[in-house]
Structures are given as structure tokens and as C-alpha cells.
Design a binder for this molecule. Structure first.
Ligand SMILES: [Zn+2]
Length: 104
């Protein structure tokens, strides 16, 4: 076996592992909700436990495996109108308060 062959085999293995990872990521429903303020994660909660998350300017709720923004003091209320999220990668953004809810 040549050195080049080993490199190709290693590359194929890495690619296969990466593809498997992407497949799993796409298939799974979200498990947790990340709360970010100013682009930093301030807390993380499981989606399967009902909870109220009270922040300085926003109140988020986790209920029945879904997360949504119940109240916010921002003017546009876009985050409140965003509705419920439950799938991995979905998020609710409150731009004026720089709050993000993200499903992971
Ligand atoms: Zn808002």
C-alpha cells in the first residue's frame, strides 16, 4: 500500500463520519432550547420539561415540547408573533433586546 492510498482511505472515512453526523443532526427533533443574550448563551433547558424563562426584557415559555416568546417589552413584538418552535435549528429573535431562543 502506498502512502497516498492511506491518505485517500482516511479522507473517505472522515467524509463518511461527517455525513453520518449531518444525517443525524437533520433527522432529530430538537432536544433543548438555548437562550442567548448579546450572542452569548446564558442558559439551556430541555424541551420536554414545561418551564417559564424570565429574562430582563422577555419572558419565554417551554410547553409541550415547544418554545415560544410569551412577552417582550420590545416595540415591534416580532419575537412574540414568531410563534412556536420545536425543530433543531429553528429560532426566535428579539432584535431590540438582542435575545435569541434557539432549538438545539
Ligand atoms: Zn422582541
Amino acid at each position: 500500500m502506498k502512502k497516498g492510498d492511506i491518505f485517500v482511505i482516511a479522507a473517505v472515512c472522515i467524509l463518511a463520519a461527517a455525513l453520518a453526523g449531518v444525517f443525524f443532526a437533520l433527522k432529530k427533533d430538537g432536544k433543548t432550547v438555548l437562550v442567548k443574550v448579546d450572542n452569548e448563551v446564558v442558559c439551556e433547558y430541555p424541551l420536554d420539561t414545561d418551564r417559564e424563562i424570565v429574562l430582563e426584557h422577555n419572558t419565554a415559555v417551554i410547553r409541550n415540547g415547544e418554545a415560544y416568546m410569551r412577552e417582550a417589552d420590545c416595540k415591534n413584538q416580532i419575537c412574540v408573533k414568531s410563534g412556536k418552535i420545536s425543530k433543531r435549528g429553528e429560532c426566535i429573535v428579539c432584535l431590540p433586546n438582542r435575545v435569541i431562543l434557539e432549538i438545539k
